[in-house]
Write a protein that binds this ligand. Sequence first.
Ligand code: FAD
Length: 282
Amino acid sequence: MHGGRVRRFHFARDVEEALSLLAAYGSRGAVLAGGVDLLRSPRGDVEGLVDITRIGLSSVRETGGGVAIGATTTLSGVLESQAGHDYAGGILPEVLRAVASLPLRNMATLGGAVVSAHPWADIPTALVALGAEVRWQGEREGRSLVEELYRTPFRGLFRSAVVTEVRFPPWNGAFAYEKVGRTRYDIALLNACCGVGVEDGRIAWARVAVGARPTRGERLPWAEEALVGRVPGEPLWNEVRRLVEERIEVGEDRRASGEWRRTVAGVLVARAVARAARKASA
Ligand SMILES: Cc1cc2nc3c(=O)[nH]c(=O)nc-3n(C[C@H](O)[C@H](O)[C@H](O)COP(=O)(O)OP(=O)(O)OC[C@H]3O[C@@H](n4cnc5c(N)ncnc54)[C@H](O)[C@@H]3O)c2cc1C
């Protein structure tokens, strides 16, 4: 952390202690989980760090076809868990293996990924596509779909509240994830997480989210509507690719042009939907 003003480091024993330490520091305190993001960020105003990795929030549980993941579970911890592995056609390993490199995945936590929520990040796109719900403890308990939370100024909220858990609902179908970066370990130039359910040879439901546009991952409801009721197969994937290319809103930044993103978005969505449909029909 730049500025070198950190004076105290606390290992909180439980959520209550973490909250009371945060309250005591006011705006000069911060939750520390894996530290991957916080320690390289330019928050020079932090005096007290509250480490929450020892408060019993590292767990992965199956919940009737869904999965509940404690906020301080590392990305590697999710990858190594059976419940994380089995969920929704194996989508969590697909997404998490695309995140940074093994040493970073050994440190970075799911809760930290929810809160840091970089626009280019892989995990927010997947959380939105999967309908994940985040739960937290602050002055009061709170919960919200990640998709809705990201429409609010959520970072302020987590200056005085601790994310405790992320809940992934059950899906009768499968998801797939696609990412394009300059190298295997680089951040995404564009990413897409898509899911479908197939019943009686037709698509029963569809979820399509695209991120790093360069804005954070959001759903494309019109693409989802275009898929529902249709027969999975190459003609439909081509149609979806063209539709996304025509309608998606993208921007340019120093990494990629809008024109490039528009074309690649169509390809990524078509690929992800096709793979999800194959998994769902298997
Ligand atoms: C070099 C590098 C490469 C990366 N590459 C990728 C990538 O390819 N794809 C990708 O998706 N992401 C990538 N990331 C982002 C990374 O996944 C996240 O930054 C990471 O998950 C953060 O987790 P953490 O536990 O280390 O958070 P920390 O650094 O500990 O915290 C991050 C922020 O969240 C707050 N916070 C953490 N946990 C909680 C909690 N439970 N409740 C409330 N607030 C909390 C902290 O106060 C801080 O503001 C990369 C990051 C780095 C530094």
